[in-house]
Design a binder for this molecule. Structure first.
Ligand SMILES: [Zn+2]
Length: 326
């Protein structure tokens, strides 16, 4: 084996749990997947341990040679104690002390981190954030998750360790209802799920929109792929929706630029899947929402890890744990 440190990463999702064994330079040595639909934690946690040990053994190592593990989990959660309190995608997982369980069973140090923070860490160590001391990562997917790296550190905040919830800043007083309970959140205007819901609500006023055609004429199938196709086809309603999304993206990113003066804003799914059609209108609107000096020093770039980001999430969290506890 090389002299490089080896890390174990867990990516806990609503439909599967990804396990990755990788080096600190980003080489994935082994990976496994555990289906996680409608499961009980008492069935899944032991599998996470046995699969991890199997990957380590297949790499010709002992678990004691793994420097640390990291668990990437959806929030809200009890970040202080490493407990999955009530994950929305898995109703049978309630108050699961996943961090202490894995520490005990694997016998190595580990950490528990918000999945968007983990994605930011993955871009920092292995992707578009390499070499940066200050950047913001935004997931730009069904929701808007965020992770902040400032002055060379992951920003977690104080008592709740909830910093980086970039999607839930209010951009419109008494605006659209957000899933989080607030009204007018950035995510309610720019998250893929919220946009699709809005289009479904407004379909009666736009029955001929090309969005519906690109969704097989099934309102339930409306998604950002259908919206993008309709925009490219010049559909007026789709273009209006896109313009508002772009304006809200710029509004939120402008705030982040003035507050953090980031070297980069790194954008997830929609930015790399759609390309310039996604980022160009944001860049066009940004001067309305932040100062020229920090804007000139901020690059708006897509994720470099793209759909592989989950494979690096837990490994990056483990690496950051070692960095913080060196
Ligand atoms: Zn919200």
């Amino acid at each position: 084996m090389s002299q490089e440190r080896v890390l174990l990463g867990f990516d806990v999702g609503g439909t599967k749990i990804g396990i990755g064994l990788g080096t600190e330079s980003g080489k994935i040595i082994g990976s496994a997947r555990i289906p996680n639909v409608d499961t009980y934690p008492e069935d899944i946690l032991p599998k996470m341990v046995s699969e991890s040990k199997r990957l380590v053994a297949e790499a010709g190592m002992d678990i004691s040679q793994v420097s640390a593990f990291g668990i990437s989990v959806p929030f809200p959660a009890d970040a202080v104690n490493g407990i999955m309190t009530a994950p929305t995608n898995n109703k049978k997982w309630r108050n699961v002390p996943i961090l202490s369980y894995l520490k005990e069973q694997l016998g190595i140090p580990g950490c528990f981190e918000n999945d968007a923070n983990c994605a930011a860490l993955a871009e920092w160590f292995f992707g578009a954030g390499k070499g940066c001391q200050n950047f913001i990562f935004l997931t730009q997917s069904t929701g808007i998750g965020g992770g902040i790296i400032a002055a060379g550190n992951l920003v977690r905040g104080g008592g709740a360790l909830s910093a980086g919830e970039c999607g839930h800043i209010c951009v419109e007083l008494d605006g659209r209802q957000c899933n989080c309970g607030m009204k007018g959140c950035y995510e309610a205007y720019a998250g893929g799920r919220a946009i699709a819901n809005r289009i479904r609500e407004e379909l009666a006023c736009h029955p001929d929109t090309a969005i519906l055609k690109f969704a097989d004429n099934d309102p339930e199938k409306i998604d950002m792929v259908a919206v993008e196709k309709a925009v490219r086809a010049g559909d007026a309603y789709a273009c209006a929706i896109w313009e508002e999304m772009s304006l809200r993206n710029a509004q939120a990113m402008g705030m982040f630029i003035n507050i953090f003066n980031p070297e980069k804003i790194i954008l997830g799914t929609l930015a790399w899947a759609v390309g310039d059609l996604y980022t160009d209108p944001i860049k066009k609107h940004l001067p309305k929402f932040c100062w020229a000096e920090p804007l000139a020093k901020c690059e708006i770039v897509p994720s470099a890890l793209r759909r592989d980001i989950g494979s690096y999430a837990g490994i990056a969290a483990a690496l950051n744990y070692l960095k913080e506890n060196a």
